[in-house]
Design a binder for this molecule. Structure first.
Ligand code: ATP
Ligand code: MG
Length: 380
């Protein structure tokens, strides 16, 4: 165990690599310094680019996407392309945080179902290529609960490509009770693109697809009474005007709530999976009976898609009805903090600043002594 890990000259760096956005910053700070697209761009053609870099990452990559091949190294919350991920880490250290990695210790979030082999590989790259001083791999749901000031509860996470309900007891995520869903932020954006196409608006270029994402964030919402609103909102008068950056505008009506309704009705996309309510209930049902009151009393939201207007209200209402009928003695409490888009990062920031957790860190000395195998026992 290293006693130097918490010295002033070793910076605590906190990373949450999402399928769409990488959140990066310093331990103890309330918000990440950088939230950049988790992407690496390489010029499609060689030869024309003498003297300028061939690789761009993050925001710089997005600017070059017209002339580049883009790789998104994280898919469904897990690292899939290790070479490009290494480029991304390099970019974060040197271009975003301006920290030499050899002067840092890293708190890195991981998806709750990340295999051990992936964690080992993360350790190998971060210790060997970046010479970091210490590593702490923490499962996202634990970090999210930490951000809410708790150690037990159920995290409903929905970002760009991950959607799951994950119970955590005393800081330990219950892997066997994690219920995943294919209804993610990306799916909602694709669905809005189709709905808008049917309404006469064809948005297909990368720039237009970014616009769809923005339209979704700005004007889509969860209906609180879907059946009534569906019949009441078919006329032109119920349409909302949305101004586009080029000065034109579009008019959207039912599309605004039909899009995210798929969270509650996956059958709208021909999906045979649990809806958000059933996912939460199923994950709690898979745990011991005695935990039910605790879990229903501590449901928290995280990830960008959980910011969808009206989501928290509708989930609370539907879960209240279910509990009233099936578990009348159990109290429901659903919480959604404003900064939930980066709740995992914020929880990591808090955890990484606790010196009393120093024995949980995997230090450079330990890595050099026993190698990455130790990861299995350190971060299970
Ligand atoms: N206000 C909002 N309303 C609805 N959706 C939103 C809002 N803000 C962001 N999103 C959606 O959240 C998603 C990005 O969320 P987030 O940054 O949590 O994902 P990620 O961490 O990169 O991916 P993942 O955790 O799934 O691997 C995008 O699909 C985006 O459209
Ligand atoms: Mg995420």
């Amino acid at each position: 165990m290293s006693t130097t890990l918490f010295n002033d000259d070793i910076l605590g760096v906190v990373l949450d690599a999402g399928s769409q956005n990488m959140k990066a910053g310093f331990a103890g700070e309330p918000s990440p310094r950088a939230m950049v697209p988790t992407t690496v761009a390489r010029f499609r053609r060689d030869g024309l680019t003498d003297g300028i870099p061939q690789i761009y990452c993050g925001t710089e990559a997005i600017k070059k996407r017209g002339i580049s091949k883009m790789v998104w190294p994280v898919r469904e919350g897990m690292i899939q392309n290790w070479d490009e991920m290494e480029k991304m880490w390099h970019y974060i250290f040197y271009k975003e945080l301006h920290v030499p990695p050899e002067n840092s210790r890293i708190m890195h979030s991981v998806h709750p179902l990340t295999p051990k082999s992936d964690k080992q590989r993360m350790a190998e790259i971060l210790f060997e290529s970046f010479a970091i001083n210490g590593l702490y791999l923490a499962k996202s749901p634990t970090l999210v609960l930490n951000a809410y000031g708790r150690t037990s509860g159920v995290v409903y996470e929905n970002g760009y490509a991950c959607s799951y309900a994950a119970p955590v007891f005393e800081g330990f995520p219950m892997k066997y009770a994690t219920v995943t869903s294919p209804v993610t932020g990306k799916m909602l954006s694709d669905r809005l693109q189709n709905l808008m196409f049917k309404a006469g608006y064809s948005f297909t270029t990368p720039y237009e697809i970014d616009l769809i994402d923005q339209i979704k964030k700005d004007i889509c919402y969860i209906s609180q009474d879907y059946a009534t609103e569906l019949t009441a909102s078919s006329g032109y008068e119920s349409k909302a005007k949305y101004n586009l950056p080029d000065g034109q505008h579009i008019m959207l009506g039912q599309e605004r709530f039909l899009c995210p309704e798929v969270l509650f009705k996956p059958e709208l996309e021909d999906l045979k999976c649990r809806n958000i309510i059933d996912s939460i209930c199923r994950s709690i049902d898979m745990c011991d009976l005695e935990y039910r009151p605790l879990f229903y009393n501590n449901i928290v939201f995280s990830g960008g898609t959980s910011l969808t207007t009206g989501l928290v209200e509708r989930v609370t209402r539907e879960l209240t009805q279910i509990l009233k009928k099936n578990l009348p003695d159990v109290t429901l409490k659903v919480d959604a903090m404003e900064m939930r888009k980066y709740a995992a990062w914020a929880g990591g920031s808090m955890l990484a600043s606790f010196p009393n957790l120093r024995e949980f860190w995997f230090t450079k000395e330990e890595y050099e002594d026993v190698g990455s195998e130790r990861i299995k026992f350190k971060f299970f």
